[in-house]
Design a binder for this molecule. Structure first.
Ligand SMILES: CC(C)(COP(=O)(O)OP(=O)(O)OC[C@H]1O[C@@H](n2cnc3c(N)ncnc32)[C@H](O)[C@@H]1OP(=O)(O)O)[C@@H](O)C(=O)NCCC(=O)NCCS
Length: 301
């Protein structure tokens, strides 16, 4: 029996994190959505931390929670992750999720997850192409770099407004989201800003997961007038050094397929491409073809 359920309380969110953590443990050298990616989505997108009870789902069998999904009904977008060998029929999960969506439905999956891509194709989804490039840095190979005169400091509450402004635009809502995240129990991060002439010029945040000794790099931005001076490269190098000193092993990051500046930046500090996020789509009105075996899983639920 497989069930796809809305989150009922905080324990369900923690179960989502545990699934992602287990996937990271099995192959830390490969890019993952990462437990911290779920935290990032929860606090820094949408209208606030409680949104997760709308868009989050846990995938449960008799063994307990073996997977999770995130679906954005307004955009018809979804992704899901299931532990290997959990006995879940992926087609059944896809059929169950697509029941809640309409119009053009888009699924995101990492290229290395060949089972999920195959299941989507069996359900009639067609590949749209690559949406994101995923990179990983093995900290064993990281060497401290000379960051010259760059003024690098940990973010403080006073920086929140400026950090939100250079990252996502001056909007009180974004500052509020960022502040709420800083005050949440999930704010475990190496969160750094670089100043030029006293002004916050660039910001990077490494969200850290102590259990897997891995981190997710997010929020990488340099204000336009300070670009191409090596400021962000120095910031990321400094963050990687701090993580290595603290015993972390891998850092992952992803960026838009065509973001040459970010891809160049990450490669210049030791990240290597490890995966891609591929989008698949289906038009709901054309009918989602569902395999008999897969449906039975959903019916028994
Ligand atoms: C990506 C970004 C953070 C780079 O910041 P930056 O401070 O200008 O980067 P640096 O000066 O430290 O550049 C370091 C290296 O990155 C690469 N790089 C940076 N900008 C580049 C560009 N426009 N094109 C190609 N390579 C670039 C180069 O290898 C560069 O080294 P070099 O200058 O010696 O050639 C900045 O362009 C930015 O804020 N972009 C918008 C936000 C964004 O896309 N963030 C990433 C989201 S995942």
């Amino acid at each position: 029996m497989t069930r796809v359920l809305r989150l009922t309380d905080e324990r369900d969110f923690l179960a989502m994190l545990d699934v992602e953590r287990e996937l990271v443990r099995r192959a830390p050298q490969r890019w993952h959505y990462h437990p911290c990616g779920l935290v990032y989505n929860r606090y820094l997108f949408g209208d606030g931390a409680d949104d997760v009870f709308e868009y989050g789902r846990v995938i449960e069998t008799r063994q307990g929670v073996v997977g999770y999904a995130q679906l954005e009904a307004d955009d018809g977008l979804f992704m899901f992750r299931v532990l290997p060998h959990s006995g879940v029929r992926l087609g059944g999960v896809i059929a169950r999720i697509t029941r809640e969506l309409s119009g053009k439905i888009v699924a995101e999956v990492t290229e290395s997850d060949t089972r999920q891509s195959a299941a989507l194709r069996r359900q009639g989804f067609r590949e749209l192409g690559t949406s994101r490039i995923c990179l990983v840095c093995n900290l064993a190979g990281h060497v401290d770099r000379d960051i010259g005169e760059t003024d690098i400091r940990a973010v403080t509450d006073d920086d929140a407004e400026r950090v939100a402004a250079i990252g996502v635009g001056t909007d009180a809502r974004n500052t509020a989201l960022y502040r709420a995240f800083m005050r949440s129990p999930y704010y475990n991060a190496v969160d750094l800003v670089a100043r030029v002439d006293g002004d916050v010029a660039a910001h990077v945040m490494f969200l850290t997961d102590d259990e897997t000794r891995t981190a997710l790099l997010e929020f990488v931005v340099c204000e336009e007038r300070y670009r191409r001076r090596g400021v962000t490269k120095a910031l990321i190098s400094q963050g990687l050094s701090q993580l290595k000193q603290r015993g972390f092993e891998y850092v992952c990051v992803s960026t838009g397929f065509s973001n040459a500046a970010a891809i160049g930046l990450y490669k210049s500090v030791g990240f290597a491409q490890s995966d891609r996020v591929i989008q698949y789509s289906i038009q709901k009105s054309s009918g989602v073809t569902i395999h008999e075996n897969d449906v039975s899983v959903v019916r028994r639920a």
